[in-house]
Design a protein around this ligand. Structure first.
Ligand SMILES: Cc1cc2nc3c(=O)[nH]c(=O)nc-3n(C[C@H](O)[C@H](O)[C@H](O)COP(=O)(O)OP(=O)(O)OC[C@H]3O[C@@H](n4cnc5c(N)ncnc54)[C@H](O)[C@@H]3O)c2cc1C
Length: 470
């Protein structure tokens, strides 16, 4: 393999071929620190042509590749396996904003651009790029597109897929497909862009993208409502969508226990109500008119929701600081749960209308199987997407609990399936869920997926062992 590495050095420069164990370490362990792989090298190309040349070299020497952006993925898709035969192809150096077109409302970027840089560039052009998630300071647009990321703006703007008009991809053969078209309409055959989006690096390497931009809202207003059940939260969602239309851009459910954990681990973060409630919803309006307009929409919505008993209490943030404090409650739930100890996470979706039934039934099944289990249920209710996380019963050790992870997953995912849902709403399958998916997708679907993989990557060198069941 020395010959292979020498040719890599010739292609992208010796300093961008990392083989030193300490220098490679950050690329080999996943964000949640559940797995550390091994690699022949970490390759850091600086251009699309360099990516293509590296892919051709990998093909020539039969070396499998793991594309990597910010390495913030949550399903072990961005880290190599433990054979030491794979290379990590890190896109971090490819971080140029290529063009901003404020008439076409598009931005063309390198795949290694960090999401926050793209958001800021859009804001400087008085536009909005609405993809937003807690990892935005380090995740890259290539990773966002490869995993079809969701986040907090999906209700109004859709997933990463809906925000992308065109792609540039290096194929598994090392050819460059220039699909960087900024067209809203283009019905000229199979949609290759949609095939590569969400393929988690298993079909090719995304090197560039044309992204959709939107007008900046004139005002953003946040409110927190309290209610007694997920069904009441659903009733509030229907009312809010009816009264606020596309102005409603956020609708996040949080259970009482979620906010109790936040208050326990971050005592400065307390729910702004005199008493606790069973459920809470964080609502956000993004208004194209003015702050006054947004406030008055909120006031009439909340008055009607109180009068019709959909909610029991509510506060509207009167300043940016108050709005930040409400979002802090939501964003600190995963951190508070991590401080509490080990937990088992599920990123699931069900049809929005079934959320109440899903939570009720699955909570009961888990309590029956694991008495005292503590549910940390929160998520993007407006998208039907729950982070249905589970902490151990008090007194049960982390090791014992994690040892039963498979049983817990089975209960939750079987219930998701009965409710016509998905066991991965926004994080993908990676290596973590690739075998489990076999239980929940039909043979027809799995065979079609395998056929596409074989057609585009016949040598199985693009992120092998990810997405498709072994
Ligand atoms: C704190 C935190 C919060 C998060 N919140 C959300 C959330 O709200 N919604 C959500 O959907 N996700 C969320 N995620 C997970 C999410 O998938 C990632 O944060 C992000 O989309 C991945 O981008 P990345 O650049 O880090 O990709 P990586 O982690 O590097 O890679 C992810 C996958 O994409 C592939 N890949 C990466 N770059 C390319 C490329 N250029 N071409 C082809 N394949 C590539 C990798 O091989 C891997 O399979 C969160 C993660 C963290 C750590």
């Amino acid at each position: 393999m020395n010959n292979f590495l020498d040719l890599c050095r010739e292609t992208i420069g010796a300093s961008h071929v990392i083989t030193d164990a300490a220098d490679m370490a950050g690329y080999l362990t996943d964000w949640r620190r559940r797995f550390t792989g091994r690699a022949l090298a970490v390759l850091r190309p600086g251009s699309t042509e360099e990516v293509a040349a590296l892919v051709r070299l990998c093909r020539q020497f039969g070396v499998p590749m793991v594309p990597q952006g910010g390495n913030t993925g949550l399903v072990l898709g961005s880290v190599p396996d433990d054979t030491g035969n794979e290379v990590v192809l890190s896109l971090g150096r490819m971080n140029r904003i290529r063009a901003v077109d404020t008439v076409n409302n598009t931005m063309t970027v390198d795949a290694g651009c960090v999401l926050a840089t793209i958001q800021n560039t859009a804001a400087e052009a008085e536009r909005l790029f609405p993809l937003s998630l807690a990892a935005e300071g380090s995740c890259t647009i290539g990773g966002n597109l490869a995993s079809n990321a969701g986040g907090t703006g999906v209700l109004r703007y859709g997933n990463a897929r809906e925000l992308c008009l065109g792609l540039e991809v290096v194929t598994a053969q090392g050819e460059i497909w220039d699909g960087l078209r900024g067209l809203r309409k283009d019905n000229t055959g199979y949609d290759l862009r949609d095939l590569y989006i969400g393929s988690e690096g298993t079909l090719g390497i995304i090197t560039g993208a044309v992204l959709k931009l939107f007008p900046q809202p004139k005002a953003k207003v946040t409110a927190l409502a309290a209610m007694s059940s997920p069904d009441d939260a659903l009733a509030l969602l229907t009312l809010a969508q009816d009264r606020c239309g596309a102005t409603l851009t956020g609708f996040e459910l949080m259970s009482r226990f979620c906010l109790e954990l936040v208050a326990k681990h971050y005592p400065q973060m307390q729910p702004p109500f005199p008493q606790p409630y069973a459920q809470y919803v964080l609502l956000e309006l993004s208004d194209s008119e003015s702050e006054e307009h947004a406030m008055s929409l909120f006031e009439s919505l909340i008055t009607e929701a109180l009068e019709t008993n959909r909610i029991q209490d509510a506060v509207v943030a009167g300043s940016l600081a108050q709005s930040r404090a409400l979002w802090d409650l939501r964003e600190h739930i995963p951190l508070a749960q991590a401080n509490e100890g080990k937990n088992i996470k599920h990123d699931v979706s069900v049809p929005i209308s079934r959320i109440g039934d899903f939570i009720r039934e699955t909570d009961a099944l888990l309590q029956q199987a694991f008495p005292g289990i503590r549910m940390v249920t929160f998520g993007h209710l407006g998208d039907g997407n729950l982070h249905y996380n589970v902490s151990p019963p008090l007194g049960v050790s982390d090791v014992e609990f994690i040892g039963r992870q498979h049983e817990v997953n089975q209960v939750v995912h079987d219930s998701v399936h009965r409710h016509l849902g998905s066991i991965s709403a926004e994080h993908g399958l990676g290596a973590l869920k690739r075998d489990e998916i076999r239980q929940y997708k039909s043979d027809v679907e799995l065979v079609l997926m395998a056929t596409i993989k074989r057609a585009l990557d016949p040598d199985n060198l693009m992120n092998p062992g990810k997405v498709l069941p072994a």
